[in-house]
Design a binder for this molecule. Structure first.
Ligand code: GLV
Length: 338
């Protein structure tokens, strides 16, 4: 007489074996920041390539028929080489705001959907962009250092900063984040204009098709776009010189959107007035020249992270994966940006 194994007889491990697999190539920063358990579900099981001794291609080939989805985070590329080893994958869900690690055309070609982080980070990133701008203009961090070093008493007043209200703010990339930055700066009394791949029908801010022209017509350039072949080093010598001696740049997008060497040179030679930077070309390495510059405010790529936004992220990631696995529409399907 055969023995019937019912679901209740199965161990937790056996149950997990039966679940569709979601592969990860590196732990998303959110796992250590709010705990991996926040991303758990009884509808799927994570397979971590970084926990295996096997070479990546061997690991992926071994599990290729059970891997239905990829959970991607910044850094580890999801490219054609990886995707061709995973024929059953139908969705890439990302924990990052940026999508530059994903080969989007290859996903399109293979009919693989992409779920992005939607709006979960937009308010936090926009807040930090405005914070960096205020800090650079009003010298908040530099004045703090001055006071702590006892220089106020020893040397007298610190040089004046400049006013935010009334400034012309140029937003590069009017996606979710750029739009939140624009709304905030408008509320601070700034005159907002923008550059984007396409003019946005839902805003009345002046649109500049040419980023150089935008730079020439603003006091602060705020980089909010994603990194792509099109935007890599888009902020080059010409754009920085159009921004000019009184101009300030803020970058919360990706480091490589700005030609960093050129920006360092412009700052050293006083060709632009200051910078507020959350992202860098070669993170976590930051050009040493910045350390001595009081007109530069540095942040260690933290714009997206607050416990609140990470909690929203975990719900969104689980929601997207569960939706995909139940043939329901994704919560935040990426269609096109900016
Ligand atoms: O920069 C951070 C992100 O893209 O999530």
């Amino acid at each position: 007489m055969g023995v019937n194994v019912t679901d209740s007889d199965k161990t937790q491990e056996e149950e997990q074996q039966d679940l569709p697999k979601v592969v990860l190539f590196r732990p998303p920063p959110a796992f250590s920041l709010i705990g991996e358990e926040s991303f758990a579900s009884n509808k799927f099981h994570f397979l971590k390539t970084y926990d295996s001794q096997l070479p990546l291609d061997q690991f992926l080939s071994t599990h290729s028929h059970s891997i239905k989805a990829i959970l991607s985070s910044g850094g580890a590329p999801v490219n054609a080489d990886i995707l061709q080893l995973l024929p059953e994958v139908g969705v890439v869900v990302t924990t990052s705001a940026g999508l530059n690690q994903i080969d989007i055309p290859e996903c399109r070609r293979r009919g693989i959907k992409i779920a992005n982080s939607g709006n979960v980070y937009s308010a936090d990133v926009a807040d930090l962009a405005v914070g960096l701008l205020i800090d650079v203009l009003r010298k908040v961090s530099a004045s703090d250092r001055y006071v702590r070093q006892g220089l106020w008493a020893a040397k007298g007043n610190y040089p004046l900063g400049s006013k935010l209200s009334g400034k012309r703010a140029g937003i590069v990339g009017l996606g979710n984040i750029g739009y939140e930055v624009a709304k905030r700066l408008e509320a601070f009394g700034c005159f907002v204009s923008y550059n984007s791949r396409k003019k946005k029908p839902y805003v009345s801010y002046p649109f500049y098709h040419d980023v150089c022209e935008l730079a020439a017509n603003c006091d602060a350039l705020i980089i909010c776009c994603g990194l792509s072949d099109e935007t890599r080093h888009m902020i080059n010598k010409q754009v920085l010189s159009a921004l000019g001696k009184e101009g300030v740049i803020v970058n919360i997008g990706r480091g490589a959107i700005i030609d960093e060497k050129e920006m360092v040179r412009c700052l050293m030679q006083g060709e632009i007035a200051g910078a507020g930077l959350d992202v860098f070309e070669n993170e976590p390495n930051v050009p040493q020249e910045f350390f001595a510059m009081d007109n530069v405010v540095l942040s260690p790529h933290r714009a997206v992270f607050t416990p609140e936004s990470l909690k929203d992220l975990s719900q969104l990631v689980v929601g997207n994966l569960e939706a995909f696995l139940s043939n329901k529409p994704l919560l935040t399907e990426y269609v096109d940006s900016e």
